[in-house]
Design a binder for this molecule. Structure first.
Ligand SMILES: [Zn+2]
Length: 326
């Protein structure tokens, strides 16, 4: 008996919206189909990282409330969803995340959500041959796609297409906003290229706590080495520290950077090791790699975060030449 009851209810709930849809379609003539979400007029978008939230904020403008689960200083590789996050996810109309295993500890939660609502891994639309596949990460791709601005623009475009599909009423509004944001990304891309090109080729080497800058290095022609691997989950060992110290001393590298979302512990061991061998090494500054800066500061926005990183890198790597000259 309960079975047939629930069956009846399902039928009812299907028939009524279908009639509404039909009437709307007949009356509007504009193909103005009502969306399946029922949260009222304003969309609620939830993202994993701040970088994705920044993109969605720009795309959606005043048509949505956008919230990121991961705030400043949060490491996405090891982040686990909190009770609060689960609430946000269950309330969300649509969810955007990076994919390529960036959110390694959230795979189950995201998988579960994908069965209930629209979830979009923004990296999924990128051509396979544009993704980096480091040797040590057999079978997996480097997830840090946001530091190649041209590639990130493609991911943003892909996210925008999904949002427009989901909420087709505002399709042209989203398109206009997206084109504007992509233009800003392209301008920033040119600026970064010029700034990095101003560093003499032999000094274009930087060391970071983990391998977050692979795409950055490839796009802007700068050699990048991370002490830890692609994910901060992998532990660094004494051998990694020794190898890194050897490399820094041999090549006289001055550009060593900490990251806001990764513990300094590993790089401090390298600095100590270098100083013991008479190579005076200073930390060149803090980079925002996998998380943006505090809200209401320039680095709390994606474009500001990239500008900060590039200015920090350029002044540290160029400063090296001044030191040597004096
Ligand atoms: Zn990372």
């Amino acid at each position: 008996m309960p079975y047939s009851n629930s069956n009846l209810m399902i039928h009812k709930s299907i028939i009524i919206p279908f009639w509404l849809l039909l009437i709307t379609a007949l009356m509007s003539c504009g193909g103005n189909a009502k969306q399946t979400y029922q949260q009222g007029d304003e969309l609620y978008i939830v993202t994993t990282t701040g970088m994705i939230a920044d993109a969605l904020n720009n795309i959606a403008g005043d048509k949505a409330k956008v919230e990121a689960m991961m705030g400043t200083g949060v490491d996405p590789h090891v982040y686990k969803a909190t009770q609060g996050d689960l609430k946000m996810l269950s309330k969300a109309d649509i969810i955007f995340y990076n994919g390529l295993h960036l959110e390694g500890k959230m795979a189950d939660v995201l998988e579960k959500m994908s069965r209930q609502k629209t979830t979009v891994p923004v990296a999924e639309g990128l051509p396979q041959d544009s993704l980096l596949a480091p040797k040590e990460y057999e079978g997996a791709h480097d997830p840090h796609i946001w530091f190649d601005l041209e590639l990130w623009a493609q991911a943003v475009d892909h996210a925008a297409d999904h949002l427009a599909q989901f909420d087709s009423t505002n399709k042209s509004y989203y398109r206009q906003n997206t084109d504007q944001y992509i233009t800003e990304l392209q301008e920033l891309d040119k600026w970064v290229t010029d700034k990095i090109a101003g560093i003499p080729q032999q000094q274009r080497v930087m060391i970071t706590a983990h391998d977050a800058f692979g795409y950055f290095g490839k796009a802007y022609n700068i050699e990048v080495k991370g002490l830890q691997g692609i994910s901060t989950v992998s532990e660094f060992g004494l051998k990694d520290v020794t190898n890194m110290v050897d490399l820094i001393v041999t090549r006289n590298i001055r550009g060593v950077f900490v990251e806001s979302s990764v513990s300094e512990r590993s790089l401090n061991a390298v600095v100590e090791g270098c100083n013991k061998r008479g190579h005076n090494l200073k930390i060149g500054g803090t980079l925002y790699s996998d998380a943006m800066g505090p809200k209401d500061t320039p680095t709390g926005k994606f474009l500001g975060m990239v500008r900060h990183n590039v200015n920090t890198i350029v002044s540290a790597l160029k400063g090296e030449s001044d030191d040597q000259a004096s």
